[in-house]
Ligand binder design. Structure first.
Ligand code: A2P
Length: 276
């Protein structure tokens, strides 16, 4: 399993299991299954209301904590220095863990304009040794620029919507220049990119599924991926990406599919408080 090294030296498994939209009641079982299959990186968020299920699965797995990588996120309604500090404590309680490996500001929420204060809180959590790495999610160039000007720690990760029909090239290049790793959320375009003929043809050529072809493309592009599935067979298949490799032409053919097809919210305006 490929492991990438973040800009602070912390190692992150390139393949993670995402639990966005996994119902709270199903989360423990899905994560237990993912851990059994071999996933060692789980991606949740306070806003998904399923951190408790993630933590329960981690504890039930019996795996040494240091072999696992758990990412979670600060929800929009908890922006601000003091709020973010409190929110992290509550997140750990819900997870039932002593620390998260990676804590992200979930959205910049620029209309509220507190993300710089929130980031300072994450810096404090990090320098206090309560989290192994800190990062952001849904941050555009303008938000990253402000953090660069006004704060000290460079985010380790920017987790953004990224799939064949929505690739955000300028943003990923900026992240690369600044040694910010990119995590692709909705890596399959919420399933919508799977029916495209290009990944289908690549899948045929390698005798894999279109999902595996797309996920392999992500890995070869250097993205961290967190595909979501509640289906046991698909959870397994989405992890089985080692036995084949896309040619340079195939990588280029998928890269050429970018069509600005954003499925999620616009980070410039997304401001739902995400409070329980
Ligand atoms: P399901 O949970 O029923 O498997 P993304 O990670 O881009 O958000 O995509 C998730 C969506 O794609 C979910 O609807 C999920 O449905 C579906 N999905 C995940 N893995 C696969 C796969 N290997 N083949 C087909 N659909 C998949």
């Amino acid at each position: 399993m490929t492991v990438l090294t973040l800009n602070n030296g912390v190692r992150i498994p390139q393949r993670g299991f995402g639990v966005f939209q996994v119902p709270p009641g199903d989360t423990q079982a899905a994560v237990e299954q993912a851990l059994e299959i071999g996933y060692r990186h789980i991606d949740t968020a306070a806003a998904y209301n399923n951190e408790a299920g993630v933590g329960a699965a981690v504890r039930a797995s019996g795996l040494p904590r240091e072999e696992l990588f758990v990412t979670t996120k600060l929800r929009n309604g908890e922006h601000g220095y003091e709020s973010a500090l409190t929110a992290y404590g509550e997140t750990l309680q819900r997870l039932g863990l002593d620390y998260a490996d990676l804590y992200l500001v979930h959205w910049p929420n620029p209309t509220v304009d507190l993300y710089v204060d929130s980031w300072r809180a994450l810096e404090r959590i990090y320098t206090d040794g309560r989290v192994r790495a800190i990062g952001v999610s849904n941050f555009l160039a303008e938000h990253l620029d402000r953090l660069a000007k006004e704060t000290d720690v460079v985010p380790a990760v920017n987790q953004i919507e990224l799939h064949p029909t929505y690739q955000q090239h300028e943003l990923t290049e900026l992240c690369a220049e600044r040694s910010i790793a990119v995590t692709a959320y909705s890596p399959l375009g919420q399933g919508g990119d799977l029916g495209h003929p290009v990944p289908a043809a690549i899948a045929d050529a390698h005798q894999v599924t279109p999902a595996q072809a797309i996920l392999r493309w992500h890995l070869q592009r250097g993205h961290i991926v967190i595909p979501k599935s509640v289906n046991p067979e698909r959870i397994r298949a989405n992890f089985a990406l080692d036995g084949f490799e896309l040619t340079d032409d195939e990588v280029a053919a998928v890269t050429a599919l970018d069509s600005g097809n954003r499925l999620g919210s616009d980070p410039r305006t997304f401001a739902i408080s995400q409070i329980r």
